[in-house]
Design a protein. Structure first.
Length: 398
């Protein structure tokens, strides 16, 4: 018998581990041995999916909606998403430009394969969501991370982009609100970045999966489905990634979407057919219910809870000596500096988990710039658990 063993392709060496999942796995091992763990590591809302959405999913199953949809998604759902852009953002998007995907991850994989050739470069902020650079690497591209020009800056400056630009640069990938910082790019900056991209014939891909989870200075100023404008208002050829996972609370249902320019709709549809055939059918039917007023009322109550948690956790972290250069104006994260306590974020996170039962994510998941001096806290736990986490953190640091 041959002793041949298949080997992973060379490109796999370029893919960084997703450290937050390692933290989660170890946290679960500790829980199985009887240790109480406060989970502040995973970016997943702790609320169950709204009951109206669940009921719609169950109804879809009972009615036999279990066959494939078209690769680009259920036509009714694409039309409903288009109506969301028209009603909420004042932007007309033809449903043919919208592709429903297996989560935002499916949308990002689709976008990378659609837009990039081997050797192409994509610019993105440091820190940023770690999978983005991995998707670029998997198609033979190069991800160039641009550190903040000043602490707390939510996106690269135009001067930084000018310095980073060369003929191989084909894309600028951004997020607002952002993971891991919770930072929001001001609309005027989004416009300037969009103009820069168009001037240099560079596509702009904006990750808007945390839209809806933004926190204006006054809760009274907040409107349903969020206050942030979409990057589609800046240029019709910008690409957008969004999802039903975060604001809509449907993480495990795996339904996201990608908006592409009209010129890319046909090739994107062909790619979707080949990459994943279609997003889960019952989940797409359930997502149709997500934009209804009675569901939005539930989701807005949850956003108010996230705001309360954000306020508590940020204040608690500052009082303990963490630095918070990024203003957590959206999503459900605080990206906190640990320079007063340690210079190794992975060791710091291990200590908090193993010795004090608090699970947080090291900054090394999100980039290279000063990553060892940052950790990400996800305020996706109820207030009593956040208060317990604060007590444990205070004990650990004193």
């Amino acid at each position: 018998m041959s002793d041949f063993r298949p080997e992973a392709a060379d490109r796999n060496r370029l893919i960084n581990p997703f450290r937050v999942m390692d933290v989660l796995e170890r946290a679960r091992q500790l829980e199985q041995s009887g240790v109480d763990i406060v989970h502040l590591e995973v970016g997943e809302p702790d609320f169950a999916t709204a009951p109206q959405i669940v009921a719609a999913g169950v109804r879809a199953l009972q009615q036999g909606h279990t066959a494939y949809t078209p690769a680009a998604g259920l036509p009714a759902l694409r039309e409903r998403i288009a109506r969301f852009y028209a009603d909420h953002h004042g932007v007309d998007v033809d449903p043919s430009r919208i592709l429903v995907t297996p989560g935002a991850s499916g949308a990002l994989v689709l976008a990378a394969n659609l837009l990039l050739n081997a050797g192409d470069t994509v610019l993105m902020p440091d820190p940023s969501y770690p999978c983005n650079r991995n998707y670029v690497h998997l198609v033979g591209g190069k991800a160039v991370l641009i550190p903040p020009a000043s602490p707390g800056q939510p996106a690269p400056s135009l001067a930084q982009l000018d310095l980073a630009y060369n003929p191989s640069v084909k894309g600028l990938w951004l997020a607002s609100p952002a993971n891991p910082t919770g930072a929001v790019i001001p609309p005027t900056e989004v416009q300037a970045l969009s103009d820069w991209a168009a001037k240099h014939s560079v596509h702009l891909l904006m990750d808007e999966i945390y839209q809806g989870l933004d926190y204006p200075d006054s809760p009274a100023d907040s409107c349903a489905l969020g206050n942030l404008p979409t990057a589609l208002r800046c240029h019709p050829n910008n690409l957008l990634v969004n999802s039903f996972s975060k604001y809509f609370g449907m993480t495990g249902w795996r339904v996201g979407w990608l908006v592409v320019p009209q010129s890319l709709a046909a090739p994107a549809n062909v790619l979707a057919q080949n990459l994943f055939i279609a997003a889960p059918t019952p989940a797409q039917h359930a997502a149709l219910r997500a934009f209804d007023d009675d569901v939005i009322e539930v989701l807005e109550q949850r956003r108010a809870a996230f705001r309360q948690r954000r306020d508590f956790l940020c204040d608690a972290l500052r009082s303990m000596g963490f630095s918070l250069p990024w203003q957590a104006d959206g999503a459900f994260y605080c990206y906190a500096g640990i320079e007063r306590f340690a210079d190794d974020s992975e060791a710091f996170c291990r200590m908090l988990l193993e010795e004090h039962g608090v699970a947080v994510t090291p900054g090394t998941d999100f980039g290279a710039h000063n990553a060892n001096t940052y950790v990400r806290f996800a305020f996706t736990n109820a207030m009593p658990r956040l208060e317990l986490a604060a007590e444990r953190l205070h004990r650990a640091l004193s």
